[in-house]
Design a protein around this ligand. Structure first.
Ligand code: FDA
Length: 392
């Protein structure tokens, strides 16, 4: 029987960071993970460069049934705290866009930072360890694993969400929550590409690989970023972002014209009245998309002067409010995150401990806190891991 003060289950972003924090306080900590390697999602993230935080991270960038829950942890361990740590390790990084900070070299720099912090404070990390059961006992918890039995005063559940099952994602955290009487909110894939109905797929088939700047939105939110046509449907940051706010069956409003371009056709009528509609559109959109836009809207490809002002106005409106009804999403197979999860009403926002189970903590993505695309999910892992690490 191995005696520990804290057993952390899940050696991902939140688990490793929390383990180092608890060990820094002098606690005897061991992190257990069933995977062969730690931090596999970190290694894959940001195209291999890990978008490790966002300079503008704030509670508004997170979805949760309780939007207030994330405030305390995010304000006590901020993006600037993590950025200082990255600098302390001499990791080169840059802002890509919209406050998103990426490693210059490799996501492995972040995994090495986390392992470095664990080693510095003496937190042990054990991989290839199957967790067979977690039970409450008088003096804390008994954890039975494929590598032997543990006793610990505190247990931190950091097993993440359901996205990318290939990388070792499991519903373990939700099952533990239910076992201890905590409610778990329904989960679904977030930050995930959309699939299209066959009819639309055929129309857009030739556009695969084309990216355009759009504003994609619904009644709940809107994002101005790139949209990418894929051979299955629609992806790119704008679509991934709005997918977290999408309900099945709903249409998405896509504006292909930024405010400054709202009158491209009316302007062309003044500046180049003899140009064909397709020529005018091709100045603003990739050529293949121009043809599809003409086809789906059943516009005539005439010289621009032959359209009335009213007609041009209508066409501009169509470009600004293109409605696309996805068939669904690609699901957990390609989703970056899982929406829903352990109900935050059951958890202290200050410590991440279950309100009714002394010593049981939940951190990171397993909780019903989901960030936007852009480094927010890792910031939640750091902030929630830090909060639990101060008391576990
Ligand atoms: P995480 O999933 O990191 O870790 C969970 C750990 O628990 C894993 O090591 C797993 O093996 C282990 N585990 C699971 N079940 C277990 C069990 N039954 N027994 C033992 N161990 C178990 N976010 C961001 O901010 N910037 C970015 O650039 C990206 N990019 C990105 C790309 C891709 C492809 C994906 C899939 C996701 C992202 N994300 C992201 C999201 C980000 O990776 C995610 O939100 C965090 O990794 C969540 O951290 P956690 O520690 O909560 O879970």
């Amino acid at each position: 029987m191995k005696q520990r003060d804290v057993v952390v289950i899940g050696a991902g972003a939140a688990g490793l960071f929390c383990a180092a924090q608890a060990a820094k306080r002098g606690r005897k900590v061991e992190v257990l993970d069933h995977a062969k390697k730690v931090g596999r999602k970190i290694l894959m993230s940001g195209g291999g460069r890990c978008n490790f935080t966002n300079m503008y991270a704030s509670p508004e960038n997170f979805l949760s049934q309780n939007p207030h829950f994330c405030k305390s942890a995010l304000s006590r361990y901020t993006q600037w705290d993590f950025i200082s740590l990255v600098a302390e390790y001499g990791i080169p990084y840059h802002e890509k866009t919209l406050g998103q900070l990426f490693c210059d070299d490799s996501a492995a720099d972040i995994v090495n930072l986390l392992l470095g912090e664990c080693a510095k404070y003496g937190a042990q990390v054990t991989t290839r360890c199957e967790i067979l059961s977690v039970e409450k006992v008088d003096e804390g918890f008994a954890v039975t694993t494929s590598l032997g039995d543990y006793r610990a005063e505190s247990i931190v559940i950091a097993t993440g969400g359901l996205s990318l099952p290939k990388l070792g994602a499991t519903p373990f955290g939700y099952k533990i929550a239910e076992q201890f009487g905590l409610s778990v909110l329904p989960t679904r894939a977030g930050l995930v590409p959309f699939t299209l109905h066959d009819k639309d797929k055929q129309v857009f088939a030739d556009l695969s690989g084309i990216a355009v700047d759009v504003a994609a939105g619904n009644q709940r939110n809107s994002f101005t970023e790139a949209m990418l046509f894929t051979h299955r449907g629609l992806s790119g940051p704008a679509m991934l972002q709005i997918s977290s706010y999408w309900e099945p069956g709903e249409a998405i409003d896509v504006s292909l014209l930024a405010a400054a371009q709202a009158e491209i056709l009316q302007d062309a009528r003044k500046t180049s009245p003899d140009a064909q509609l397709s020529t005018v559109l091709a100045k603003h959109f990739p050529k293949r998309l121009t043809q599809v836009l003409i086809d789906i809207n059943q516009w005539q490809n005439l010289p621009i002067k032959q359209f009335s002002e009213h007609q041009l106005n209508m066409m501009e409106n169509q470009l600004q409010s293109w409605k696309i009804k996805p068939n669904g999403t690609e699901g957990y197979r390609t989703a970056e995150v899982t929406l829903g999860g352990v109900d935050t009403n059951e958890i202290s926002s200050k410590t991440m401990m279950a309100k009714n189970v002394e010593g049981l903590f939940f951190i990171g993505e397993v909780l019903d806190v989901t960030g936007w695309l852009g480094g927010y999910n890792f910031q939640w892992a750091w902030s929630s891991g830090w909060a639990a690490g101060q008391v576990a």
